[in-house]
Design a binder for this molecule. Structure first.
Ligand code: AMP
Length: 195
């Protein structure tokens, strides 16, 4: 099973991804976490992406594709993997499909978290106080939202067109409330899922 989790910044995608991976025993692969760990280590990759991430821009596709390809085999074994934060562009989605096809795999579902923008911004500013992420400032948040609408939403359309089940979940509420909805949508038989 290869699941993708999607959502604008602040939608709770990382938090829900951890819960879902535990529940379904999936390997959780977060590209944002990988990049933050590399930045913290001061590795060559970390240094290369530092300025891009801090500005709220997207790291070049070719670089992200290599990062994911190198780790994809960890999720090749059953039950599989949940990708969090990748693919974020149409090019990455096409690259992912090729990487999976080489391994005889394909995307099983895409979970899309949704919430109104005011709530997203409020959550991110609260997280900034708690975690101090370099990209959780007001100006950078705006840039990340722009990137999401401008480039990442196209990925949802791409998967819809290619027939991958896109499961939309309301991301408003507590972590528990949202997780309950996620669990329900993931365990429902496919025929009764809302599109
Ligand atoms: P996230 O933790 O998913 O919010 O990602 C944090 C930041 O890492 C993003 O704002 C981007 O700068 C960078 N990033 C993470 N995943 C990707 C990706 N798939 N493509 C390009 N940039 C990414």
């Amino acid at each position: 099973m290869i699941g993708l989790i999607f959502g604008p910044p602040g939608s709770g995608k990382g938090t829900q991804a951890v819960r879902i991976s535990e529940e379904l025993h999936l390997v959780h692969l977060s590209t944002g976490e990988i990049l933050r760990a590399e930045m913290a280590r001061g590795s060559d990759l970390g240094k290369e992406v530092e300025r891009i991430v801090a500005a709220g821009d997207l790291v070049p596709d070719e670089l992200m594709d290599r990062v994911v390809d190198a780790r994809l085999d960890e999720g090749g074994k059953p039950p599989g993997m949940l990708l969090d934060g990748f693919p974020r562009t149409l090019e990455q989605a096409q690259a992912l499909d090729r990487m999976l096809a080489r391994r005889g795999l394909k995307v099983s579902f895409l979970l899309a978290l949704e919430a109104p923008e005011e709530l997203l911004i409020e959550r991110l500013l609260k997280r900034a106080e708690r975690e101090g992420r370099v990209d959780d400032t007001k100006k950078v948040i705006e840039e990340r939202m722009r990137e999401y609408h401008h480039r990442t939403e196209a990925v949802l359309d791409y998967y819809r067109r290619t027939g991958v089940p896109v499961l939309e979940v309301d991301g408003v509420g507590t972590v528990e409330e949202v997780f309950d909805r996620v669990r329900r949508v993931l365990t429902e038989p496919q025929s009764s899922r809302s599109r």
